[in-house]
Design a protein around this ligand. Structure first.
Ligand code: ZN
Ligand code: ZN
Length: 264
C-alpha cells in the first residue's frame, strides 16, 4: 500500500487559527504505523469528519509549543490510549511542549504524559525510530527556540516537514533528498514576516532542494486571501518543480507516483 498523508489542517499563524480561516489540525502520516503531527485546533473534529479513529494513532509528534500545533494534543493522547486505559503509544515533542521553557508550555500536561509508556523530548539534530521508521529532527528559526522540523524516512522515500521557521541555509540543507517538501508558508508574496516563510522564501527553498513535489501548508489569513493556488503556481513556474497548495482533508498517496485527492 502506498504511504498516505492526510491533511487535517492547512492553516497556521495566530489569526487563521483564532478564526479557523483554515483548519489547523496538522496531518496524519500512515506507513507501517500511524503518526499524527502537530494536532492543533481542528484535529479531532476533522478526524471525526474523515472517519479516522484516534484510537488507531500510534504516535503523536509536536514540533513546537504554539497552540496551532499542540492544542488538541491532550485529547488525542486520551484517544490513543482508549480513554487513558490502555498504556500504549508514543508522544514526542520539543522541550517547550513536554517540559516548558521561557514561560512557554508545557503544551501537554504531566497527567497526560503519565498515561503513555513512551514520552521523548526531540531536538534539532536528533533522530528516533517510530516502529521502524526513522524520523530526523531538523533546525528551525522561530519564536520557540526549541522547535524542530521533521524528515520522515518512509518505505517510499523521504517526506520533509520544514515546520514554522525563517529561512536559513542550514535549515534548507537539512531537507535535501526528500521526495515531498512540505513548507509552512504563512505569508504570500511581498509580505515577509519574521520567523515565518513567505512565497519568495518558499521559492528559494524549493529551488535549492528540488523535490519531486512541494506542498504549501500552514497558511495565514493573508496567504489564504492572496489565493494559495496562485502562489503555488508562481513557485511551479519559477522553479519547474511541481508545487501545490494543500487543502483541508486532502489526501496524498506516495508510491512510485505521488497523487493527491480529496479524502473520502
Ligand atoms: Zn504555527
Ligand atoms: Zn509557531
Amino acid at each position: 500500500m502506498a504511504v498516505q498523508l492526510l491533511f487535517l489542517g492547512t492553516g497556521g499563524g495566530r489569526f487563521a487559527t483564532i478564526y479557523q480561516t483554515r483548519s489547523t489540525g496538522g496531518f496524519i502520516l500512515r506507513d507501517a504505523c500511524t503518526l499524527h503531527v502537530d494536532p492543533g485546533p481542528g484535529a479531532l473534529s476533522n478526524m471525526s469528519r474523515a472517519g479516522v479513529d484516534p484510537a488507531a494513532t500510534d504516535a503523536i509528534l509536536i514540533s513546537h509549543c504554539h497552540p496551532d500545533h499542540y492544542s488538541d494534543g491532550e485529547v488525542l493522547v486520551e484517544g490513543m490510549t482508549g480513554g487513558g486505559i490502555r498504556k500504549r503509544g508514543l508522544l514526542a515533542g520539543s522541550e517547550s511542549v513536554l517540559r516548558g521553557i521561557e514561560g512557554m508550555g508545557p503544551g501537554v500536561s504531566q497527567y497526560h504524559q503519565s498515561l503513555l509508556p513512551s514520552v521523548e523530548v526531540i531536538a534539532p539534530g536528533s533522530s528516533m525510530s517510530v516502529q521502524g521508521m526513522q524520523v530526523d529532527f531538523t533546525p528551525t528559526l522561530h519564536t520557540d527556540p526549541s522547535g524542530v522540523g521533521m524528515v520522515f524516512h518512509t518505505r517510499e522515500g523521504r517526506i520533509s516537514y520544514v515546520g514554522d521557521t525563517h529561512m536559513r541555509q542550514d535549515i534548507v540543507d537539512a531537507h535535501h533528498g526528500c521526495r515531498v517538501l512540505m513548507l509552512s508558508v504563512t505569508r504570500p508574496s511581498n509580505a515577509r514576516v519574521r520567523c515565518h516563510l513567505c512565497t519568495e522564501d518558499a521559492m528559494d527553498f524549493v529551488e535549492a532542494v528540488r523535490p519531486e513535489v512541494a506542498v504549501l501548508t500552514h497558511m495565514g489569513v493573508r496567504m489564504v486571501q492572496a489565493g494559495p493556488e496562485k502562489e503555488a503556481a508562481k513557485i511551479s513556474q519559477e522553479t519547474g518543480v511541481r508545487t501545490l497548495a494543500a487543502q483541508d482533508l486532502m489526501l496524498m498517496r506516495m508510491g512510485k507516483r505521488i497523487t493527491f485527492s480529496k479524502y473520502s
